[in-house]
Write a protein that binds this ligand. Structure first.
Ligand code: B12
Length: 210
């Protein structure tokens, strides 16, 4: 796990992918690989960036190594092995291109049997509203990583409220600059510090309907 963490920090995507495959062959779970290697690696990269030791090119290659690793985990996780349990719409808010946390959330939800509509990153409020109308999800999961884009979440919630859709869908938010206080302030139903908390909340929403 430590070796994988270092490979991601160094941005060595091919070697990281090969090691992920090996670890999965050895029986390591997706949760363990993410929790013990990939997420700590991105935390370290963030620190190096903050300390001025890493610049954007290093951030990009590390993020690419992380994403390739996540892709291979996704490919090798047994799809459709879990009964469909609910529907979720996920996306990163407008102006924000950080999508790794959102992708992890989508993966965790899929792993729990959710049908996930992933709107991608840089998603405008109207797109969230349109997706809620079209797909009628149980939950919407929004992600923001910048202190400048977290305010967009308020616009999305207001737009969902205004369209009269909030009574039929729960809204959860997450991302590094957020807090449960902020989530409450903007009218979100839930703040999750990580994708596992998001997945558990989404499960509880569906369970409360049955
Ligand atoms: C990788 C990265 C990038 C990559 C993103 C690649 C990609 N495809 O995502 C690139 C290089 C493109 C990038 C660009 C920029 N970045 Co950047 N980036 C990061 C970095 C290092 C890691 C982010 C990450 O992926 N973490 C790993 C994931 C797993 O964590 P996460 O997203 O937080 O998700 C977890 C939880 O928050 C939660 N979660 C997330 N979403 C949701 C949603 C729900 C519903 C729930 C329940 C949970 C949940 O679950 C996840 C864990 O399970 C962070 C530093 C850091 N440590 O966060 C900086 C960071 C976020 N970036 C930063 C900055 C400043 C930028 C730029 C403005 C840089 C620039 N000068 O251009 C641009 C902005 C581009 C844009 N418009 O979005 C700052 C933000 C400062 C701030 N507070 O606003 C940070 C904090 C770096 C720093 N220390 O200064 N970045």
């Amino acid at each position: 796990m430590d070796e994988l963490k270092q490979l991601v920090i160094d941005g060595k995507a091919d070697k990281a992918v090969a090691l992920v495959v090996k670890l999965m062959d050895e029986g390591k779970s997706a949760d363990a690989i993410m929790g013990q290697a990939l997420i700590p690696a991105m935390d370290m990269v963030g620190k190096l960036f903050q300390d001025g030791e890493y610049f954007l090119p290093e951030l990009l290659v590390a993020a690419r190594a992380m994403q390739k690793s996540v892709e291979v985990i996704k490919q090798r996780s047994p799809a459709g092995s879990v009964a469909k349990s609910g529907k979720a719409v996920v996306g990163t808010v407008k102006g924000d291109l950080h999508d790794i946390g959102k992708n992890l959330l989508a993966m965790a939800l899929e792993g729990a049997g959710f049908e996930v509509v992933d709107l991608g990153s840089d998603v405008a409020a109207e797109q969230f509203v349109g997706a809620v109308k079209e797909h009628k999800p149980d939950v919407v999961g929004m992600s923001a990583l910048l202190s400048t884009t977290m305010y967009m979440m308020k616009d999305v919630i207001e737009a969902i409220d205004k369209a009269g859709l909030h009574s039929s869908v729960k809204i959860m938010v997450g991302g590094a600059p957020l807090s449960s206080d902020y989530a409450k302030k903007i009218g979100a139903d839930f703040y999750g510090p990580d994708c596992v908390a998001g997945r558990d909340y989404a499960r509880s929403v569906v369970a409360s309907k049955n």
